[in-house]
Design a protein around this ligand. Structure first.
Ligand SMILES: *Cc1c(COP(=O)(O)O)cnc(C)c1O
Length: 383
């Protein structure tokens, strides 16, 4: 199998043809020429688009690599206009009234809102924390297990293989939110998951200019149900967004490797500060998530997020305002570093001084210097 850097630059590209671009531009089409009988892959724009097809093939090749990239991928991917659309497609295409679903209690901030919607439809929802594989204790009678590892924003990690085996033993399907790791950091389908689902808005596309989501699965029936859900709800990505996402994939390995290396350097630097507590990054050797992360994640790519706690809200705000190379913004995974005081949103169970820091692709030394300078400022200007 070729290396990740080689795979990302070619993923999903058509066979080279004389006088054609390597990555054909976005196909803007609400409908396609369709003479006579209804046939072929492209009929109406809500059902299919060649720009989606190319991106979906690329993501399939990354989520579940098989030998020669020229082969048809074994996995199928269905893209969506956002991560939430992708997550909703899996949950609502699988769950029926009377079913039980197990969600992480510490996952993405909109999971509680999804829980309410599911309960409105007669689905019973249980939650358990990601750390310590605590969801194992909630699986009896479940139809579907939802895993988020590493979790956002707490950065806990669970053992996908262990949870998937236990869930399958009880007849439950398993979906993993792979947003933070990206398919270069973690391949849930190889670890037994039925679905790998992600927001492509974050590190996958990495430029902070596109919202996107996807669902990848090896099971053609599950793929067909998710595809039918997309068609029925009309939750389709725009061709421009799909094309931008595909173009961005070529630099995925460069970005995630730089981001992971800098995130680890930053986590180490934060560790040495007295006013900083609860530094979390799965790459830190003494992090509670490290052992499992090391087993199931690839190439030291433990993600671009570092979280930590400053003494209080005012201290955190002084720190954020003093950063020069880091934008105060939500989201993560982009080429430009961002940070925010997560508590400003409400919804996550985090302390007032909790910072979620997303490391970009700046030079490591510059970024660490900027953070240390801002910490010094925040410390010395306290009231
Ligand atoms: C951002 C995010 C989502 C939602 O994705 P959108 O593209 O913003 O809809 C889902 N899961 C995780 C872990 C996320 O970080």
């Amino acid at each position: 199998m070729t290396g990740d850097g080689t795979r990302v630059v070619r993923a999903g590209l058509p066979e080279p043809r004389a006088n054609e671009p390597a990555l054909p531009g976005p196909a803007f089409a609400a409908h396609y020429h369709l003479p006579g009988e209804v046939a072929g892959p492209y009929t109406y724009g809500r059902e299919g688009n060649p720009t989606w097809t190319a991106l979906e093939r690329a993501i399939s090749e990354l989520e579940y690599p098989v030998g020669d990239p020229a082969e048809v991928p074994a996995a199928e991917t269905i893209t969506f206009p956002s991560g939430m659309a992708a997550i909703s497609a899996v949950l609502f295409s699988r769950l029926r009234p009377g079913d039980t679903a197990v969600l992480p209690g510490d996952g993405y901030q909109l999971l509680p809102a999804l829980r309410e919607r599911l309960e409105d439809f007669g689905v019973t929802v249980r939650t358990a924390p990601t750390g310590g594989d605590a969801q194992l204790g909630a699986l009896d009678g479940a139809r579907l297990l939802w895993i988020e590892t590493p979790s956002n924003p707490g950065l806990d990690v669970c053992d996908i293989r262990r949870l998937a085996d236990a869930a399958h033993h009880r007849g439950a399907l398993v979906a993993v939110d792979n947003t933070l790791a990206t398919p270069l950091g973690q391949r849930p389908l190889e670890l037994g998951a039925d679905f790998s689902v992600a927001s492509g808005t974050k590190a996958l596309t990495g430029h902070g200019d596109v919202l996107l989501g996807y669902v990848t699965t090896l099971d053609p029936e599950l793929a067909a149900a998710v595809r039918a859900w997309r068609k029925t709800t009309g939750a389709i990505p725009g061709p421009m967004e799909a094309w931008l996402a595909h173009r961005s994939l070529a630099t995925l390995q460069l970005r995630v490797d730089r981001q992971a290396a800098t995130a680890l350097a930053l986590a180490r630097a934060l560790h040495d500060r007295r006013e900083v507590t609860a530094v979390r990054h799965p790459g830190l050797p003494d992090d509670p998530a490290h052992a499992v992360a090391l087993r199931q994640m690839h190439g030291g790519r433990f993600g671009c997020v570092v979280s930590f706690v400053l003494p209080d809200r005012a201290h955190a705000e002084r720190f954020l305002a003093a950063l020069r190379l880091v934008d105060e913004a939500t989201s993560f995974g982009g080429v430009r570093s961002t940070a925010e005081r997560r508590g400003r949103w409400g919804g996550d169970a985090v302390p007032e001084g909790f910072i979620r820091f997303s490391v970009g692709v700046e030079d490591t030394e510059d970024l660490v210097d900027d953070v240390l300078t801002a910490l010094n400022f925040a410390q010395s200007h306290g009231v």
